[in-house]
Design a protein around this ligand. Structure first.
Ligand code: TRP
Length: 344
């Protein structure tokens, strides 16, 4: 029987993103990707993955940490406004098809190529893995390629440190498609946010939980206040009357990211540069902004965390939906490469 056209849902383009459940999500995640996800969920079919398998690539042994953070990350998602009626929120390990696809993809990537991935290189250095890299860690970009392609995602909203992952994904997609002579998998595009990478409160290049320079989305108000007070400004701006430097001054970088009133920011910058504007005034403006952003998130999170069982149940259902989608791609892949022993 032919399906009547009216029964066929128009296909929205697919988005997939994810995070490792290793700790609370922070302002860097918010500006880098979460805000975009909230925006995109209406127009796109959006999958948001809690990447527990990827988290284990450098946390073997830390099982409780990864496990306990799954629900915490889900709470962060819901608290910022990712809507479970619009987005599919899945747990990576609940979709074992991803692991199978990863194993197949590993044959399409050389070890030398894996070793060239700049983000992985940097992470190896940070973790002191230079002399003893877990093979799973070195190859997590391949697993990430499986995450993205299993859902045939065209758009991946991520921070810029993830660009090498998308590049590697697309190399795998091209190789795979060429190997079977058919465009089974689709190439993905990164969607970067308006604001670039958010530095840590200490002025280091990246906000990161492991560097201890982050402001968590769930941080209590007094912690936010404390973090703003500690924020790196211009070390040469000793007296209020001294001209201050705006470039590399974290408070201004954050104002650019979080203060919607651009004219106000421009005015503060001009007065700071000229001299006569104290750090504390600029910090107060930023703190007001951050508190206004974070307070409703925190309240929503507290409310939602009263029923973690409900969150887990939502994740279970959503993961089943996701699994169905991934399983379709995997059976296409299997068919194309001859692993379709359906008669057995
Ligand atoms: N590597 C990402 C990070 O560290 C998390 C992630 C896992 C991801 N799978 C993904 C991001 C798929 C985008 C798409 O933040």
């Amino acid at each position: 029987m032919m399906l009547d056209d009216t029964y066929i849902q128009p296909q929205k383009p697919v988005i997939l993103t994810g995070d490792r459940p290793t700790g609370p999500l922070h302002l860097g995640h918010y500006v880098g990707s979460l805000a975009n996800r909230v925006k995109f969920q209406d127009e796109y079919r959006q999958f948001v993955m809690i990447a527990d398998m990827q988290a284990l690539t450098d946390n073997m042994g830390n099982y409780a940490k990864v496990r306990d953070n799954v629900v915490e990350v889900a709470l962060d998602y819901l608290a910022v406004g990712i809507d479970p009626d619009k987005s599919t929120l899945l747990i990576q390990s609940k979709v074992p098809e991803l692991a199978e696809l990863t194993v197949l993809f590993l044959n399409l990537v050389s070890v030398a190529r894996l070793e060239r991935n700049p983000t992985v290189k940097e992470e190896i250095r940070q973790r002191g893995f230079e002399r003893d890299i877990p093979a799973g860690f070195l190859s997590y970009p391949v697993a990430q390629a499986a995450d993205i392609t299993a859902f045939k995602a065209r758009h991946v909203p991520v921070g810029e440190d993830q660009l090498p992952m998308i590049e590697q994904t697309n190399e795998i997609v091209r190789r795979f498609n060429r190997s079977v002579g058919k465009d089974v998998l689709v190439e993905a595009q990164a969607v970067l946010s308006r604001v670039g990478r958010l530095p840590g409160i200490d002025g280091q290049a990246k906000m990161s939980k492991s560097l201890g320079n982050a402001i968590a989305l769930s941080a209590p108000a007094d912690q936010v206040s404390q973090a703003v007070k500690q924020m790196f400004t211009d070390p040469n701006h000793l007296r209020v009357d001294d001209p201050g430097q705006v470039e590399g001054n974290v408070v201004f970088t954050y104002l650019d990211a979080f203060e919607p009133d651009a004219a106000l920011v421009a005015d503060l910058k001009a007065r700071y540069r000229a001299g006569g504007l104290g750090d504390s005034v600029v910090k107060r403006q930023l703190e007001d902004r951050l508190q206004a952003l974070l307070q409703p998130i925190r309240e929503r999170r507290t409310e939602l965390s009263r029923d973690k069982g409900a969150i887990l149940e939502m994740l279970r259902k959503h993961s089943l939906v996701a699994r169905d989608v991934a399983a379709r791609t995997l059976s296409e892949v299997r068919r194309e490469i001859g692993l379709d022993y359906y008669f057995l």
